[in-house]
Ligand binder design. Sequence first.
Ligand code: KIV
Ligand code: NA
Length: 270
Amino acid sequence: QIKALNAADILARKGSTPLVCLTAYTTPVAKLADEHCDLVLVGDSVGMVLHGLTSTLDVTMEMMTLHGRAVARGIKRALMVIDMPFGSYEESPVQAFRNAARLMADTGAGAVKLEGGRHMVDTIRFLTERGIPVMAHIGLTPQAVNAIGGYKVQGRGTDAARIRDDAQAVTDAGAFSVVLEKVPAALADTITAQIAIPTVGIGASAGCDGQILVIDDMLGLFDEFKPKFVKRYAHLAADASTAIQTYAAEVRARTFPAAEHIFTDQGSTS
Ligand code: KIV
Ligand code: NA
């Protein structure tokens, strides 16, 4: 019996071997990720990756709940973290607690993730003090795309102090780890050295305490666009296209189904 990791286990990995993290949105992919990952995130990226939305702003509690339930069925060992969708937590700590508790109870996730630094510290403290482990997310926060004006690198030059302060603030508020998205590598290294909780980088630095990628990006399954920080470890969209093309040709040529795919009056029944 392998015990699942919890938020305290992830926190304890600070400064140790790198935390391997990926997103997942479905049971079969969660099973694959769980074999090799310490943390599996049900990201609100699901809206763009699986639902064809153009940003994460229209992702709902219902979408997160359905995908969270599916992912939970595939996880045995990794910590399952679930994103709080836009509009479900920003209003007040009470609103955030109500929705975080619902997401955890309805899906079985062991922690929630929410976007924001200093302005979210009251909420992070409110949740952590009441038993909900929080993963913070600073730097580029995609739910703020309209305010930021695009998916730009954050924390360059004199703007670095803002991100450093955010990292310290979410640490002091009780977050068990923090995602650093799209910040200069040297800044990510400085923050990793400065704070007492694991940093998980995406477009940050190999010096972070861990890394995360959107699984459909790294598998080359989502290929609408490729951010610079994505490395494609496979090309599943291209493989799928070739497979479908071959199937179409074989159907038209009546070479599929072949003898091994069909039933006769005798022989096997399944
Ligand atoms: O939604 C998501 O996939 C994320 C990760 C990229 C950190 O927030
Ligand atoms: Na997200």
